[in-house]
Design a protein around this ligand. Structure first.
Ligand code: PLP
Length: 443
């Protein structure tokens, strides 16, 4: 008899962000298919995709327009390289992204993940300042970056260097380049840093408005705008990492729009293809681009490129996704759902078990407060939610809700209700109390 998925998984797979010892002691949930904003497991049980398959799904799974666009592209070619060649999808998508992005971001460099989109922005910023005529008479190297405390920009070494989540990044300390850290909101420290060290700093990098992996931490209003003013005043680049916040997550297409900020670099991933395929983009200004122009032997070429950079299937999905944003009025239809979500969350915020509810738009963190980490409360909530037909994934003891923008109002209400029930059940089980909620396994 053929080995089961679980047997093969336990024998051969190594999962991301996962302690494999615990993983191999349990039966994994195997997803077989998707349908709208639901996922369906190999036993046919349905779950609301409460975190958009890791914060990326926008219009739901198996959306007919996206599926058709990928199939059409597949009938032409699945992949060709961007090194020395171009293709219509990459060019068309670049034009559309430039049109949508904050003003001034005219150039698009593709890669495949949020981490690489950030890595590319960091390398571009570094190379820009340290080559030839930008080089401040040769006196200063701009080797440093500024990032926010508890930042998360991905898992490649450059992205980790501008990250600040000890659990994820601590082990790699000796490999990382040095970055200055600023608390979100602390514009005084940023100002001081830029005054003293601006000539050594290549860029300030931020997740605009909301720091996702930090636990859905919302920045004070005006902070992003002030960061932009300071970086402009000190002629230091601003990298806006909208890998998580982009494509409607915070209520507008890009979070930067809400504070009328145009960064020097914009990093996009996750929702770029509607959450369908691994495609990412780093947008840069014409000023940055021109800094790289020169003769072949001048050393101004940007020597960076991945095999699957600008993959045609990914570009086709992204173009189709942007078309769905227009044809379905995704952002307009999102606004009443954002209002509903905050109404639904008000009673959750008032629950005894909940310390704080944070968020913006369709990015929500329900903080369960201080507990012994060995109780693994966030994980317990996830397990309880699964039993009730919802898939979520926590950040420590913060329960994250990040549904696809296309979710219906009824499913949004069910998502919040199940989450609240699951929080109660998880706390009851962790502290050895009677489980108060009747389990409702999905049919
Ligand atoms: N930047 C931000 C703000 C993110 O939230 C993430 C992932 O969650 C990344 C970068 C990394 O993206 P990826 O996992 O696609 O490499």
């Amino acid at each position: 008899m053929a080995a089961s998925t679980t047997e093969l998984d336990h024998r051969h797979l190594w999962h991301p962000f996962t302690q494999q010892r615990g993983w191999c002691d349990s039966e994994p949930l195997a997803i077989d298919s998707g349908d709208g904003t639901d996922l369906i497991d190999s036993e046919g049980r349905r779950y609301i995709d409460g975190v958009s398959s890791l914060w990326c799904n926008v219009h739901g799974h198996r959306h007919p327009a996206l599926d058709a666009a990928i199939r059409e592209q597949l009938d032409r070619v699945a992949h060709s390289t961007m090194l020395g060649l171009t293709h219509p999808g990459a060019a068309e998508l670049a034009a559309q992204l430039v049109e949508l992005a904050p003003p001034g971001l005219n150039r698009v460099f593709y890669s495949e993940s949020g981490s690489t989109a950030v890595e590319i922005a960091l390398k571009m910023a570094f190379q820009y300042w340290n080559q030839g005529r930008q080089r401040d008479g040769g006196r200063h190297q701009r080797n440093a970056f500024v990032c926010l405390t508890d930042a998360y920009h991905g898992d490649t070494i450059g992205s980790v260097s501008v990250g600040g989540i000890d659990t994820f990044h601590g082990a790699f300390g000796p490999l990382l380049f040095k970055s200055h850290r600023v608390d979100p909101g602390d514009t005084r420290r940023l100002e001081r840093l830029l005054e003293l060290h601006g000539h050594e700093i290549a860029a300030v990098i931020v997740e605009p408005l909301v720091q996702g992996a930090a636990g859905i931490r919302v920045q004070p209003p005006g902070f992003l705008r002030k960061v932009r003013e300071l970086t402009e005043a000190h002629d230091v680049f601003l990298i806006a990492d909208e890998v998580a916040t982009g494509f409607g997550r915070t209520g507008t297409m890009f979070a930067c729009e809400q504070e009328r900020v145009s960064p020097d670099f914009l990093c996009l991933g996750k929702g770029l293809t509607g959450g369908y395929l691994p495609l990412a983009a780093t947008l840069a200004t014409e000023r940055v681009y021109e800094g790289f122009l020169g003769e072949a032997d001048e050393g101004r070429t940007f020597f960076h490129g991945h095999t699957f950079t600008g993959n045609p299937l990914g570009c086709a999905a992204a173009i189709a996704s942007l078309e769905v944003f227009r044809s379905e009025g995704t952002l307009v239809r999102l606004q009443p759902k954002i209002r509903l979500l905050s109404e639904l969350l008000a009673p959750v915020a008032a629950m005894d078990e909940v310390a704080e509810v944070r968020g913006r738009g369709f990015m929500v963190g329900i903080d369960l407060g201080e507990h012994d980490p060995s109780l693994t409360l966030g994980h317990r909530v996830t397990v309880a939610a699964r039993e009730r037909g919802v898939i979520i994934r926590p950040l420590g003891d913060t329960v994250v809700l990040m549904p696809p923008l296309a979710i219906s109002k009824a499913d949004l209400a069910r998502l919040v209700e199940v989450t609240a029930d699951s929080i109660r059940a998880a706390l009851a089980s962790a502290y050895g109390r009677e489980e108060p909620v009747e389990l409702r396994a999905a049919a």
